[in-house]
Write a protein that binds this ligand. Structure first.
Ligand code: ZN
Length: 97
């Protein structure tokens, strides 16, 4: 039977289907007996899915700049005291203009 250490070394191949029939059987046998290795496989698959959902490239600088500009505009709008706010939120606040 495979040891846990051996299994963690080949579990990626197992998850991706790059394994002979008999080797798969060995892995499945171990997984059937060994709860920690089942948990490990589950974690590994989850991580692979999560990584697969990431965008393939970093965000282009012009889009990043545009987003930052919009976020800045949003927080500026938040900072301005709304006219219909209840009085207690307007104490301690001095208009900038
Ligand atoms: Zn194990």
């Amino acid at each position: 039977m495979l040891s846990c250490r051996e299994l963690t070394e080949i579990v990626t191949d197992y998850a991706e289907g790059r394994m002979s029939f008999w080797r798969r059987l060995e892995v499945q046998f171990h997984l059937g007996m060994c709860h920690p290795c089942r948990a490990y496989l589950r974690q590994m698959r989850l991580a692979a899915q999560t990584v697969g959902q990431l965008p393939p490239e970093p965000m282009p600088p012009d889009i990043k700049a545009e987003l930052l500009k919009r976020f800045a505009a949003l927080s500026a709008a938040d900072a301005a005291p709304p006219t219909s706010a209840p009085p207690e939120t307007q104490t301690n606040r001095t208009p900038k203009s």
